[in-house]
Design a protein around this ligand. Structure first.
Ligand code: IMP
Ligand code: MG
Length: 194
């Protein structure tokens, strides 16, 4: 049976019924689970290609990167180790001060290793700039950033993001690890909140 034109299932409307959304309305689904899966697969291939030899340490920035990192590392077909960083930035609710402190610091040495820093989303890029300075001081063999989403507003980010999943719109996005007040991290898609 063919649907009456204009009544085809609309993923954004389907999401309005999603019990995971706490009754909040989703403006639209920015990236659905299938799109994300395909892009993560491609990113994994790019990363596999980019690192011919040497130790590779994939460092996930918690908490936002946990879903992305779990999918990404399973698409990288070379030996690697995984660890995490927890950074806390000081500032008021709306402006980060740019001061970053490591709350959890990996125990492994970074010296002479290829470090791939995995982030959920790059917005102003402040957090990453500080982290890059901090990690560069530990003399890794290389340091690259992989972000699922990039808003390209990162005027303060001197360091380029080598691997980007999607060029994101300047909207507030949740799901696939990204939160709003700790909610929505478990959505299998990325949605834009109203
Ligand atoms: P930056 O230091 O301004 O680049 O902020 C990056 C951090 O802010 C990310 O790791 C996220 O935790 C958070 N963030 C920025 N934009 C969004 C968004 O659209 N949704 C959810 N979290 C965001
Ligand atoms: Mg967050």
């Amino acid at each position: 049976m063919t649907a009456v034109p204009g009544t085809e299932p609309n993923p954004a409307l389907a999401a309005l019924d999603d019990p995971r959304l706490l009754g909040r309305e989703v403006k639209r689904i920015a990236y659905d689970a299938g799109e994300i899966e395909r892009r993560v697969h491609e990113l994994g291939a790019e990363i596999t290609e980019a690192y011919p030899d040497g130790d590779l340490l994939v460092l996930g920035l918690l908490k936002g990167s946990f879903v992305f990192l779990a999918d990404l590392v399973r698409q990288i077909r070379r030996p690697l180790h995984v660890d995490f960083l927890v950074a806390s930035s000081y500032g008021d609710a709306t402006h980060s001060s740019g001061v970053v402190r490591l709350v959890y610091d990996p125990e492994t040495t970074l010296e002479a290793k290829h470090i791939l820093l995995v982030e959920d989303i790059v917005d102003s890029g402040r957090t990453l700039s500080r982290l890059v300075n901090l990690l560069t001081a530990r003399k890794p063999k290389s340091l690259e950033i992989c972000a699922l989403l990039h808003k390209h507003l990162a005027t303060s980010l001197k360091y380029p993001t080598r691997f980007v999943g999607f060029d994101a719109p300047n909207e507030f996005l949740v799901g696939y690890g990204l939160d709003h007040a700790e909610n929505f991290r478990h959505l299998p898609y990325v949605a834009s909140l109203k």
